[in-house]
Design a protein around this ligand. Structure first.
Ligand SMILES: Nc1ncnc2c1ncn2[C@@H]1O[C@H](COP(=O)(O)OP(=O)(O)O)[C@@H](O)[C@H]1O
Ligand SMILES: [Mg+2]
Length: 498
């Protein structure tokens, strides 16, 4: 085969349109694919300047647009990507590759320019970018925290919800600052990774919904629910990802619920114990009246110097003590008559404190009063509530061994129409196992003769009788706080000033 014919064959068999240019930009020849693409025959194109052919321009294109002069000067190939408006006005993309053909002396003799249509690739790229942006939005707008890390545990994605949850930012992550290990308490991260790899637990590479603790940037522990997965590329692990949900609100809700339930069951227990107490009190009251009556009669009949007088007095004293207990039991079981009045909670408290006969009790204690100056009217029996405060104070004093601080706090919640009285001590606290029993009649941890175990049960009965509620707000070895809740008195319409 003759050399020129051979060259032409190679040129024609290029799968993309191509043309050969001279350094003066004149077209020497074009290949078959070029002819097809531009609908012009070789002879029609040869001899024309490229700028004339492509852009109908008499002057060469600028260097920013056409790299031809760079190819000629530098004697190296160049590629540019060019957006063109193709047939039917459609947008198209071309890759134009310029390759110099050098002379024996090293100067550029010809330039082959090939034109590759990359519109499909470009469209795909654009679509991919669209999908990528959409995925990004998807991840960002998720209300669950999403975090992904590479194989070494470096966080590479952290969405907005996760930023909020952890206090770390995407910027910190991008600067390579955070390792997933830092998100968990020591050891927990490794434990989770083990579960993640475990076949038996949600399948290999997957972690079904699991409770865990996150440590945020401030070092606080946050309870979360998380699902996680290993990200694979084929068989290869390339990273991990986790989806987190903050459990704080849910746990608080659960806690509130269980507290409410325990209060309800407490109320039920109290009600049945109350019936029992009332029955016992009535049964004892009658014989007690008899004992007191007849022992007083005996005392009257005994001569003043009679040595048996002392013994009868013991009977009377003890019978009186029984009488006190019965009275408490009746108060607890709400069998006593009431005398309610409208009174400010602060006044109710002051009145109660003044009832404490032995004020020396407070001598070694710090008394703090944190009383709200808001309007807090309640409808309550002053004497009964006095009993409540005295009992709570006595218990606090006992728990503190007479020294420490005792805080009284009053406040109201207008929304729920409740007034609150808190009595906080710095005493020894109530052990968890006793908490459900402290309001039971006769439950006491005090020595025989020191405690009757009727104090709190009486308090409970009275508070309920006044339409209120009482519970332990908190207790720990640092102290105990009791809360008494009473309904705020509501002025009915016709009582309101005109
Ligand atoms: N403020 C308090 N701090 C610690 N423990 C308390 C407090 N109040 C009550 N308790 C516990 O509850 C029990 C029951 O109290 P209560 O019914 O008043 O009976 P008592 O005072 O006669 O023992 C007490 O024995 C004590 O163990
Ligand atoms: Mg007591």
């Amino acid at each position: 085969m003759e050399e020129d014919a051979w060259k032409e064959k190679v040129f024609d068999s290029l799968s993309v349109p191509a043309l050969i240019l001279r350094p003066d930009r004149k077209i020497v020849s074009v290949n078959r694919n070029f002819e097809k693409k531009f609908g012009k025959r070789r002879e029609e194109v040869a001899g024309r300047a490229c700028h004339d052919f492509f852009y109908q321009s008499e002057v060469p294109c600028g260097v920013d647009f056409c790299p031809l002069s760079k190819v000629i000067e530098g004697r190296v190939g160049h590629t540019i990507l060019r957006r063109v408006i193709g047939q039917k006005g459609k947008e198209a993309w071309e890759d134009r590759v310029f390759s110099p053909i050098l002379d024996e002396d090293g100067s550029v003799r010809y330039i082959i320019e090939s034109i590759r249509d990359v519109t499909k690739l470009k469209t795909l790229e654009k679509e991919l970018e669209g999908v990528r942006a959409f995925m990004e939005k998807l991840v960002q707008s998720s209300t669950s925290g999403i975090i992904a890390a590479n194989r070494r545990g470096r966080i590479v994605v952290i969405n907005r919800a996760a930023e909020e949850l952890t206090g770390y930012t995407m910027q910190q992550a991008q600067s390579g600052g955070i390792n997933v290990k830092e998100l968990y308490p020591p050891g927990q991260g490794r434990e989770l990774m083990k579960l993640l790899r475990d076949d038996a637990y949600g399948g290999k590479g997957k972690l079904p919904c699991t409770r865990a603790t996150l440590i945020n940037a401030q070092g606080e522990e946050i309870p979360v629910e998380l699902t996680a997965a290993i990200i694979y590329e084929g068989e290869r692990e390339v990273g991990t990802m986790g989806i987190f949900n903050d459990l704080r609100e849910k746990l608080a809700q659960e806690e509130r619920m269980s507290r409410m339930l325990s209060r309800i069951s407490q109320a039920e227990k109290m009600a049945s114990l109350g019936q029992l107490a009332a029955g016992v009190a009535h049964e004892i009251n009658n014989p007690l009246t008899g004992i007191l009556l007849f022992s007083n009669l005996i005392l009257e009949k005994l001569a003043l110097e009679d040595p048996r007088r002392d013994e009868v007095k013991y009977i009377i004293d003890d019978a009186n003590r029984c009488g006190e207990i019965v009275k408490n039991l009746l108060a607890y079981s709400r069998q006593t008559s009431q005398n309610k009045e409208i009174i400010h909670l602060n006044e109710l408290l002051e009145n109660s404190l003044s009832l404490i006969r032995d004020q020396r009790l407070f001598m070694n204690m710090k008394i703090v009063k944190d009383l709200s100056d808001k309007m807090m009217l309640v409808l309550a029996d002053k004497n009964q509530m006095g009993q409540v405060v005295i009992n709570l104070v006595m218990n606090a004093v006992d728990a503190m061994d007479r020294r420490g601080s005792l805080t009284f706090r009053t406040y109201r919640d207008k929304a729920t129409r409740k007034a609150y009285l808190e009595i906080a001590d710095t005493g020894s606290g109530i052990p968890k196992e006793n908490l459900s029993r402290i309001f039971d009649p006769f439950f006491t941890t005090k020595a025989v003769g020191k405690g009757t175990g009727l104090g709190l049960s009486t308090v409970y009965g009275i508070v309920r009788d006044n339409g209120g509620n009482i519970w332990v707000k908190e207790t720990s070895p640092e102290g105990t706080t009791f809360i008494v809740e009473l309904p705020l008195y509501q002025v009915s319409d016709d009582e309101k000033a005109p």
